[in-house]
Design a protein. Structure first.
Lengths: 35, 551
């Protein structure tokens, strides 16, 4: 894999994976949120 | 108006149902093809920019609209929009939010039925030992109702009825049933996607053949991810990226608003909508990019992929490629691929049933069974011609006018309603009420100014697509005094069937076929218009019904 493609993969896929995981972490911390 | 006490069973269930609504066939089929056609790695940059400036804001708007409408007992867009816009016209604009779902589900369940029957064919070993051409022909015969699978004539029609029946049955079980399907379907979809993506990332050049000695999956991956910054100046790439973001998130349909209307008044929508949106991106960017293109490049080479990338690859090429792995894994790969497409499809088509059911329950007190059954009947009336006259473009007409144009128009109007008529200050407060995360103020500004402009550009881009989709050349031509030539695929040209006439010019010997295609396309448009008028009539009757109850 060439370097520029590798950088783009890490940046985009890493960001999306990280944010998705963080969102689920926050959701699961408060699984039955109703007020 | 009838009160409903239905609500989501759990927060995770709601998010998975929303994500399932967004994750569809386009994540695995449309995204990689768009990326290939728009410069590979370059495409991802405008794609992500559009996700931030149009995708997420639209999700925020639709979730807010839904929860706001739900507070006053409205569960579909006609009265959700009217409650925000305070003018009667908004309930007729809201007709789009029911119309689109019925028109799209009519042909979408047909594709769903293909995926299901391909799972069966994979398990029974139908494709075993078949050539690429044989598998491709099998698909063509299937969709044109010319084959006789398992010796049964009109088999595709029966499978279509069966799949529509499954949808109706699950819908009749209410939100609980939809949630259950999402909780089973989404994890399985991700599991199947991961199995295939791992294979896509690891197959390298080990499956190069005598016919395709240079085949290498890494070529596909490199093409998809190597940025070519010069393409960033091309409006075509930006319009394609905006279009992809728009269609992948299922915005402009009316189904997100309907799902969100079953939330309680102070339940979070900021974090929930972000989670559902990013889950869709995870499936599209991480899994969608790692399956079709790398696997096809690994067997057939990048040149073949660049020449043949398209929707047909899913059914005409992939079953052949899976056979090349041989043994048990070829069956696992086939079941994973068509299984994930089936789950992607059904979680979306179920969402399409809820706006009609919600409306009929709110206005006329219809039970879930009655709502689901009537939805099935409407879908069937709309869908049967798409199955019978598939080869004459009935299907394509629905996909273009209901599945593409309507969505953009509706999204544009609801964005104007939310940001300018309801007012962005009230809208922002609505979005942030009960929020579990603090959204950057930047989005408030984006929702007011940037998102509507981007939607206008997407719509104008479809309306005035220049010849050959060459925006740079067309704009340059205008500055030099040349006229703007429309592409035959532009909305304006399609109105007068120019795309079909162009095909006819290329193949004059098939004139009789194209004449029929024009006739059937016209019928398809008439049927869509009649559906819209029918729903508008039902909304009008509901209005009279409401008035008579209050007076």
């Amino acid at each position: 894999m060439n370097t520029s493609a590798l950088i783009l993969v890490i940046l985009t896929q890493g960001t999306i994976l990280g944010i998705t995981a963080y969102c689920f972490y926050r959701v699961l911390k408060k699984p039955d949120q109703t007020s | 108006m009838t009160k409903t006490n239905e609500s989501w069973g759990s927060r995770t269930g709601l998010i998975l149902a929303m994500a399932g609504n967004a994750v569809g066939l386009g994540n695995f089929l449309r995204f990689p093809v768009q990326a290939i056609e728009n410069g590979g790695g370059t495409f991802i940059i405008p794609y992500l920019v559009c996700f931030l400036l149009m995708g997420l804001p639209l999700l925020f708007i639709e979730w807010s609209l839904g929860r706001f409408g739900g507070k006053s007992g409205n569960h579909s867009t006609p009265y959700i929009l009217e409650s925000m816009g305070s003018k009667p016209i908004w309930k007729y604009i809201g007709v789009f939010g029911i119309f689109t779902n019925i028109a799209v589900v009519a042909y979408y369940t047909y594709i769903e039925s293909w995926t299901l029957i391909y799972v069966v064919h994979t398990l029974t070993g139908t494709f075993s030992g078949w050539s690429k051409e044989e598998i491709s022909t099998f698909f063509t015969l299937y969709v044109n109702l010319e084959g006789a699978d398992f010796g049964i004539p009109y088999f595709p029609l029966l499978v279509y009825l069966f799949v529509l029946g499954i949808n109706v049955y699950i819908l009749s079980t209410g939100l609980g049933g939809i949630e259950k399907v999402a909780k089973i379907g989404m994890p399985l979809l991700i599991l199947f996607g991961v199995i295939l993506a791992v294979k896509g990332w690891t197959m390298g050049s080990s499956y190069a053949s005598a016919e395709f000695p240079d085949a290498n999956a890494w070529d596909g991956i490199n093409f998809l991810w190597t940025p070519q910054f010069t393409s960033l100046a091309d409006p075509k790439v930006w319009l394609a990226a905006a279009g992809q973001i728009f269609f992948t998130l299922s915005v402009g349909m009316g189904s997100i608003q309907c799902y969100a209307s079953y939330l309680k008044a102070n339940e979070d929508i900021a974090l929930n909508s972000m989670t559902a949106g990013f889950t869709n991106e995870f499936v599209e960017v991480l899994l969608g990019s790692a399956i079709v293109i790398p696997i096809a490049a690994g067997f057939l080479g990048l040149d073949w992929v660049l020449e043949n990338a398209g929707f047909g690859m899913a059914f005409q090429t992939m079953p052949y490629l899976f056979q090349q792995w041989g043994g048990v894994f070829s069956v696992i790969a086939g079941v994973s691929w068509f299984g994930l497409l089936f789950f992607a499809g059904i979680t979306s088509s179920l969402a399409m049933g809820t706006p009609w059911m919600g409306f009929m329950k709110d206005e006329f007190g219809w039970s879930r069974n009655k709502g689901a059954f009537s939805f099935g009947i409407l879908a069937l009336i709309m869908g049967i011609p798409t199955v019978l006259f598939y080869s004459y473009g009935y299907f394509d007409e629905y996909d273009y006018w209901a599945g593409t144009v309507s969505l953009v128009i509706f999204a544009l109007l609801e964005t104007i309603l939310f940001s300018w008529i309801f007012g962005i200050d009230r809208g922002w407060a609505e979005l942030n009420r009960g929020a579990d995360i603090r959204l950057p103020l930047f989005f408030k500004w984006v929702m007011k100014y940037v998102t509507p402009v981007l939607l206008l550009l997407v719509f104008a881009g479809a309306l005035f697509t220049p010849e050959g989709n060459d925006w740079v050349g067309a704009i340059q031509g205008l500055t030099e005094g040349r006229s703007w030539k429309l592409d035959s695929d532009s909305l304006l040209a399609k109105l007068s069937f120019e795309d079909i006439y162009l095909e006819m010019e290329k193949e004059p010997e098939r004139k009789a076929f194209f004449d029929l295609k024009i006739k059937f396309s016209g019928w398809a448009r008439t049927q869509l218009a009649l559906l819209f008028l029918f729903i508008a009539g039902v909304v009008w009757y509901a209005f009279i019904h409401r008035k008579s109850k209050t007076s």
